[in-house]
Design a protein around this ligand. Structure first.
Ligand SMILES: [Zn+2]
Length: 173
């Protein structure tokens, strides 16, 4: 299934855009990202993005992406809304083909590779990077409003000792 391009973000000719050092910026609605929508507690709001044509360290055409804004995630501990400040900066090097990417060794500090084309959906590029930036199990630093969790915070001084005893018990069995 093809990802639905974000209606707020245009198509660009990847290589021409990179070669010419073009840039564009805009706003996109969280609601328009179909995959992201399933991961947020509210799809209200907009994200700011910037795409800049550039070159990577060895001069290959690349796209620099910046995305900022706030996403409403769900805390995996108390299941309440968790505002997540999004701050994405990525450089994507453009390859001519999937085969070209596959023949390249994976180098940790290198930019990610994507297949460039004459019609690249900026919305899809943005959404991929946003999905990579979201924590797998987001949690408040301190959850509030749940009495059970407050109790958990004031742990019994014996809790650790009990844990140790239990472990000891299992070890001798
Ligand atoms: Zn929480």
């Amino acid at each position: 299934m093809l990802a639905q391009p974000n209606s707020g973000a245009p198509l660009i000719d990847g290589f021409a855009f990179a070669e010419a050092g073009k840039s564009l910026r805009g706003l996109c609605r969280v609601h328009d990202f179909a995959r992201l929508r399933g991961l947020v507690s509210s799809d209200e709001g907009e994200l700011m993005y910037e795409v800049a044509g550039t070159r990577d360290e060895v001069g290959r055409p690349a796209l620099g992406l910046k995305i900022t804004g706030t996403l409403q995630l769900t805390c995996q501990r108390c299941l309440k809304a968790l505002p997540f400040p999004l701050q994405v900066e990525a450089v994507l090097a453009l390859a001519e083909s999937e085969a070209e990417i596959e023949t390249r060794p994976v180098v940790p500090d290198e930019p990610d590779w994507i297949v460039g084309s004459r019609e690249m959906a900026v919305g899809t590029l943005l959404e991929d990077e946003i999905l990579l930036a979201i924590p797998f199990a987001p949690r408040h630093e301190r959850c509030s409003g749940d009495p059970a969790l407050k109790g958990e915070g004031q742990a019994s001084p014996f809790a650790d000792l009990r844990g140790l005893l239990n472990r000891g018990g299992r070890a001798t069995n």
